[in-house]
Design a protein around this ligand. Sequence first.
Ligand code: PAF
Length: 298
Amino acid sequence: MKVVHTVQELRDQLRGQLRVSFVPTMGNLHEGHLALMRTARQHGDPVVASIFVNRLQFGPNEDFHRYPRTLAADIEKLERDRNVYVLFAPSEEELYPEPQTYRIQPPEGLGDILEGQFRPGFFEGVTTIVLKLFSCVQPRVAVFGKKDYQQLMVVRQMCRQFQLPVEVIAQETVRADDGLALSSRNGYLGSAERAEAPRLYRALQTVRDRILAGERDLGAIERAAVAELSQHGWNVDYLTVRHQSDLQPAKSGEALPATVVVAAARLGQTRLIDNLEIPAAGVPAAGAPAAGDPIAGA
Ligand code: PAF
């Protein structure tokens, strides 16, 4: 694997390559990232990964300064895994040699809800750096994880609306054995918090199961999940059932198209996000389990 730090070196390495497959990251790599690299390898060649902790997407009170920077260990992991051909690890001066006054404004309706509401400026920072990285790497394919569900949708919308020649591939969330979605921020959790953290995913599973069992009072289902988390010391920013198509709120009392329950909650100082897709669920006959209900056949 070649490790390059400047845009010029990157371009020299990639000259003439037409099928570049790209995975942007902020480093501190874990199994979830390595799964992104494997997927990238299936969709193109060569695979380029980037590691860059992007100041622009962190709010003033967020964890930019303490975000884990572990380049040497990350390089070892990528070398061992043998899926990445070029690692692009630029300095801040390389990518932001002057103040970044041109920014991508995330779309209204998708960019200003959920994460966009609780982390103002986050999607502006993400789309600006992703566009810049796309311009440096010029990939044909880019892989993003579904754990950052809204980020994936925002990036897809940006590519579509700017007609960027990049196919965005979604990678399933990788979880620890107890269900916790892998994330670099899990490293912030103390041991008691780490033991508590899988409750977030269990809460999402309960929401999904209740919907698939035919319940349609989404407000009541969401409130119960928030209450369960709050009782165990969580501070919930949001936990809500949304349409997969546009992340707008799903409505109670109707046949549901494909939805996704998305959540962000803080355990101590650590903010975790997670989500779970829920297949379309018809209107259940009174008293009967809904079609497709996994509980029905149990
Ligand atoms: O998901 C991330 O790690 C970051 O938001 C990304 C896409 C690398 C942009 O900095």
